[in-house]
Design a protein around this ligand. Structure first.
Ligand code: HEM
Length: 170
């Protein structure tokens, strides 16, 4: 169990770093750059969504973080001593809840919209040009959902990081 705990802690924290770091990079650098560079930005977004595994990256790292976190949670709760009712347990539980809500909203708003944009772009690329008319409107709506989703998910992940960082000392 000790080795399993060490392994799940490494998986949990590594995946958490990759998840939060990735969302921050998108929110503070990639989204502003894509929005600020017009058609060129659209091409970069298109390449990211159709030629790189970015749409699989976030469900993978977030999923590993949450699953490993659930294991750590179970380990602490099943160790007795009413861990979940302690200040440390309640603090980490709050962060865990924020991260799980972020995971669900991220999947529903960001993940699904990325998939929609990738579909629109691959059809447009097949037709030899940028999306037009209804397809362009669909892409713009999906981009707006990604932007809104990022604005909701990022604060939730920040809450998770802060509570995880201070939890054991409460
Ligand atoms: C953005 C997401 C998250 C990040 C960055 C993160 C990060 C961390 C870090 C750095 C620790 C170590 C704290 C320490 O030992 O002082 C930790 C511990 C813990 N995390 Fe998370 N976490 C996240 C989400 C979650 C989720 C979703 C769960 C549960 C479903 C969870 C459950 C736990 C538990 C139970 C511990 C205590 C482990 C122990 O006692 O050894 N975390 N987390």
């Amino acid at each position: 169990m000790y080795v399993a705990m060490l392994l799940f802690r490494v998986l949990h924290i590594f995946a958490g770093v990759m998840w939060v770091g990735g969302v921050m990079m998108i929110a503070f650098f990639i989204q502003p750059a894509v929005r600020g560079t017009g058609p060129a930005g659209g091409q970069v977004m298109g390449y990211l969504l159709t030629k790189t595994p970015i749409a699989a990256y976030f469900p993978a790292v977030a999923g590993i973080n949450v699953l490993a976190g659930l294991f750590l949670f179970w380990r602490n709760v099943s160790a007795g001593g009413h861990w979940a009712g302690t200040r440390a347990g309640m603090t980490i539980s709050m962060g865990a809840a924020a991260a799980v809500i972020g995971f669900i909203i991220g999947g529903a708003m960001i993940g699904r919209s990325m998939g929609e944009i990738a579909k629109v772009l691959s059809v447009a690329q097949g037709a030899g040009g940028p999306p037009q008319g209804e397809a362009a409107a669909k892409m713009a709506a999906a981009q707006a959902r990604i932007l809104l989703g990022t604005k909701i998910v990022l604060p939730l992940l920040v809450i998770a990081v802060i509570t995880m960082a201070i939890g054991r000392y409460m």
